[in-house]
Design a protein around this ligand. Structure first.
Ligand SMILES: Nc1ncnc2c1ncn2[C@@H]1O[C@H](COP(=O)(O)OP(=O)(O)OP(=O)(O)O)[C@@H](O)[C@H]1O
Ligand SMILES: Nc1ccn([C@H]2C[C@H](O)[C@@H](COP(=O)(O)O)O2)c(=O)n1
Length: 241
């Protein structure tokens, strides 16, 4: 319930796209999933789509430097992906690749695919199709959601955290199995490559920045929900005026 006494978030049928961008390890996936659950919205992990395409290219022996071949692969990619925040799965051609797309060999190669512009065009098309299919009620997270995929989303957020926090979180997430150098490679180097084609370090006009460096997971989710409520409350007031 908001201060205006209305419940703006859960009105069935009203469009509510929450677009979340941010660098690696900032908490986009885990926080977006929890927010989608709380808001009863669908959830789309767009990074998983780039990862699935990378898996498919490697599986088919496609040279990732061959832009035309990667673009073709994007167009034919037989992808099935969960859009429920409660059931994570990704399948390519019927093969369950949910775990495989998180392996280091995919993380090390995904930037080559994500920086292939023709492949981006196709995946962006599919992402917009998913948003529409869910009647514009979805939390969508990635690197270019607030700016390219859904620039007219009701809520647009840039989730950031200091390098130190992001490296620490990723280290814990991987069970302390990675050296400092490996973590830096997987988090900072990947961001550096990815940011040659998309901007996810500075908030575009109208995008709210949420710095989670000093927040724990729960506090970050609550801060996101607060922003969503505030934006929607403002919309309700505007509609009434
Ligand atoms: N505010 C927070 N405080 C502490 N840990 C957090 C916070 N937010 C997320 N985490 C944890 O940090 C880890 C990384 O989060 P997550 O995988 O969601 O990041 P991401 O931005 O989606 O990364 P990538 O883009 O590389 O996939 C997870 O283990 C998650 O539970
Ligand atoms: N909208 C998006 C989503 C992801 N990417 C790229 C950047 C990452 O290197 C890769 C995997 O994403 P992650 O699972 O780590 O979030 O995909 C992108 O360019 N645009």
């Amino acid at each position: 319930m908001t201060t205006s006494g209305q419940e703006p978030v859960l009105r069935a049928g009203h469009p509510l796209v929450v677009a979340v961008d941010g660098p690696s390890g900032s908490g986009k996936s885990s926080v977006s999933k929890a927010a989608a659950r709380a808001l009863r919205l669908a959830y789309l992990d767009t990074g998983a789509m780039y990862r699935a395409l990378t898996w498919y290219c490697l599986d088919r022996g496609i040279d990732l430097k061959d832009a035309a071949a990667v673009e073709n692969a994007a167009e034919e990619l037989p992808l099935e992906q969960s859009t429920s925040p409660d059931a994570e799965f990704v399948k390519v051609g019927g093969v369950d690749v949910t775990e495989a797309i998180r392996e280091p060999r995919i993380s090390e190669n995904v930037s080559a695919v994500a920086t292939t512009l023709g492949a981006r065009t196709e995946l962006i098309r599919r992402q917009r199709e998913q948003i529409e299919k869910h009647r514009n009620r979805m939390v969508v997270e990635g690197r270019d959601i607030t700016t390219v995929v859904a620039p007219r989303a009701e809520v647009r957020l840039l989730l950031t955290a200091s390098e130190e926090a992001r490296l620490r979180r990723r280290g814990v997430q991987l069970g302390g199995t990675q050296s400092k150098e490996q973590l830096a490679q997987q988090v900072l180097e990947r961001d550096k490559k990815d940011s040659t084609v998309v901007n996810f370090t500075r908030a575009a006009d109208g995008v709210v920045t949420l710095d989670s460096s000093d927040l724990d997971f729960r506090q970050t989710v609550d801060a996101v929900l607060d922003i969503v409520h505030r934006v929607l409350e403002h919309r309700v007031v505007e509609t009434r005026d």
